[in-house]
Ligand binder design. Structure first.
Ligand code: THU
Length: 136
């Protein structure tokens, strides 16, 4: 697959973040990165907890980090797992919240040494939740 320099940087950020994963319970390390509409990249890793349900996925750590830095619109994401796994349902919904155009929002599924697949967010979450407009 041909990646632009920006896409390569996004993939590399996800791979680098995976090195910081805290996953002593599952042993499944994940790194993620999101690209903002003004070209910034924010990364995250999964952070597990002894109270398992409190664990947070890498994608949400990356998204919340971007939002906390003032970003509001995201245009692409990359997720690095051992096997090219795709974002879980909760993370798809969180990505959708900040995606203007899910049809063109690329989600790169990568492993440490391979780009495995390119999805769009619309492929991954075709009927995501949106609040109904007033009176709708
Ligand atoms: N995980 C992620 O970080 N992202 C995903 O999209 C799926 C799963 C994490 C959660 C948990 O720490 C570990 O991977 C195994 O489920």
């Amino acid at each position: 697959m041909n990646l632009s320099p920006t896409e390569q940087a996004l993939v590399q950020a996800a791979r680098a973040a995976r090195a910081h994963a805290y996953a002593p319970y599952s042993g499944y390390a994940v790194g993620a990165a999101v690209l903002t509409d003004d070209g910034r990249v924010f990364a995250g890793c999964n952070v597990e907890n002894a109270s398992y349900g409190l664990s947070l996925c890498a994608e949400r750590v990356a998204v919340f980090s971007a939002i906390a830095a003032g970003a509001r619109r995201l245009v692409a994401a990359a997720v690095c797992t051992p096997d090219g796994g795709t974002p879980c349902g909760a993370c798809r919904q969180v990505l959708l919240e900040f995606a203007d155009a899910p049809e063109s929002f690329a989600v790169w599924g990568v492993s440490p040494d391979r780009v495995i697949a390119r999805y769009t967010l619309a492929d991954l979450i075709p009927h995501g939740f949106r609040l109904a407009p007033e009176g709708g």
